[in-house]
Design a protein around this ligand. Structure first.
Ligand code: NI
Length: 143
């Protein structure tokens, strides 16, 4: 059997601010634009988590999507949905709350749980806005 990829989508909305204390307000605005807004701003994020594996002989599943959804809800969504990513989220503490960094942090948070349920985490995509999204493959080349 050859590996196949399955994906679960979850959504969350959250606030953040991209800001470096050691920079002037002008430089922060120059680099981060609207994302440096002093009183925060929010996004409706979409999270896509893709798992690679061989379909199980009995179920035909790479990983039960109900199980994957449960992992994502418990480990990720409950922690970040309707939260301030800079202030409220333990797993993002001390990390610049860019979409890139959020994707990397989520990977580290769920990789082991996915493995324990029979799959291999292959890809995380986070869509931040209609025009901007991030792809992370755990630091590996995608294909
Ligand atoms: Ni933003």
């Amino acid at each position: 059997m050859k590996p196949i990829y399955i994906t679960r989508r979850e959504t969350f909305n959250a606030a953040h601010k991209l800001w470096r204390e050691e920079w002037s307000p002008e430089k922060n605005y120059e680099v981060f634009g609207k994302c440096s807004n002093n009183n925060w701003h929010g996004h409706n994020f979409q999270l896509f988590v893709t798992v690679k594996g061989i379909p199980n002989e009995e179920t035909g599943f790479v990983i039960n999507l109900k199980t994957l959804s449960k992992i994502l809800k418990e480990k990720v969504i409950e922690e970040i949905d309707h939260k301030n990513l800079n202030l409220d989220v333990p797993f993002l503490k001390g990390i610049m709350a860019s979409t890139e960094n959020i994707a990397i942090a989520i990977w580290d948070l769920i990789e082991e749980d996915v493995r324990q349920n029979g799959g291999e985490l292959a890809h995380i995509r986070i869509i931040e806005t209609e025009n901007n999204f991030v792809d992370y493959y755990g630091g590996k080349e995608p294909f």
